[in-house]
Ligand binder design. Structure first.
Ligand code: COA
Length: 266
């Protein structure tokens, strides 16, 4: 395994750590490829129930590596398209993980770093975290991250922050819905991420995957017969699964469900 990405699996928690601190965890093609591979491995590993995305050093992620972007600007049309698709593919993998994902954010998260945060299910930031969609300041655009960022903060706020490229604080990131929680410092960051992870580990692993698919299927769709039939079909199917039956029986029998193992929450 390359050293630009560290992975660890501990008691149901898969931890992916961006480890290119000397470049503020900016991602080039190698990091994108290794991160993509790590995401696939974590999503398919039965020992992993929750994935935490973190990073080493003082920055969470300085976005795309500008040396790599500069080099890519000289590629042929075909090469540049396939290069950009690598980054788009990595964000898509992160966004579509079946397992819940939690971003642990310290220091600057700029450009693609904001994209990573937005593509995770839950984001917790230290008070020193700073965010910016700096692309237009560099003469480029926040293209491949835009679907995730706009989904997280909404079109109106995206218009401001994507157009001004101004820096904003963790408090502002919290206000606009980019992060779910802010904590005073790095010690509290681990504690807060730990609490979220414990909550996730207490929940049915298959139900979590089904719940992610549910949110994706229902979000931004009009509440009409199609959505209503779809949601009714989903609960009818999921309550009949082994996990659904076990979870409801455990509650009624006043015991812990069988997925709450020695390491898992509850
Ligand atoms: N791509 C490539 N290199 C980067 C980088 C990036 N996105 N971000 C930082 N670096 C490099 C710097 O060029 C510098 O290299 P050097 O030591 O060879 O001069 C090194 O990392 C340290 O960065 P520096 O700016 O000196 O550190 P800092 O602590 O003062 O600031 C940042 C850190 C992250 C706030 C600042 O580097 C920055 O704003 N980076 C650009 C982030 C950005 O706009 N990303 C969006 C890209 S689309």
């Amino acid at each position: 395994m390359s050293e630009t990405i560290l992975t660890e699996i501990d008691k149901g928690i898969g931890i992916i750590t961006l480890n290119r601190a000397e470049r503020h965890n900016a991602f080039d093609d190698a990091l994108i490829r290794e991160l993509s591979e790590a995401l696939v491995r974590m999503d398919t590993d039965h020992d992993v129930r929750v994935v935490v995305l973190s990073s080493t050093g003082k920055s969470f992620c300085a976005g795309a590596d500008l040396n790599w972007m500069k080099k890519a600007a000289g590629y042929s049309a075909e090469e540049t398209q396939s290069d950009a698709l690598g980054l788009a593919g990595m964000l898509r993998l992160l966004n579509e993980m079946r397992k819940p994902t939690v971003a642990r954010v310290q220091g600057p998260a700029y450009g693609g770093g904001v994209g990573l945060v937005a593509a995770c299910d839950i984001a917790i930031a230290a008070f020193d975290a700073q965010f910016a969609l700096t692309e237009v300041r560099l003469g480029i655009i926040p293209a491949v991250i835009s679907p995730y960022v706009i989904a997280a903060i909404g079109e109106r706020k995206a218009r401001r922050y994507m157009l001004t490229a101004e820096r904003f604080s963790a408090a502002e990131a919290y206000r606009i819905g980019l992060v779910h929680e802010i904590v005073p410092g790095e010690a509290e960051l681990d504690e807060a991420v730990g609490e979220i992870v414990d909550s996730l580990l207490a929940n049915g692993p298959c139900a979590l995957g089904e719940c992610k698919a549910l949110i994706k299927a229902v979000a931004n769709r009009p509440i009409g017969s199609e959505v209503i039939l779809d949601t009714a079909g989903r609960i009818a199917r999921v309550r009949a699964t082994t996990e659904g039956r076990e979870g409801m029986a455990a509650f009624l029998e006043k015991r812990k469900p069988n997925w709450v193992s020695s390491f898992g929450g509850g």
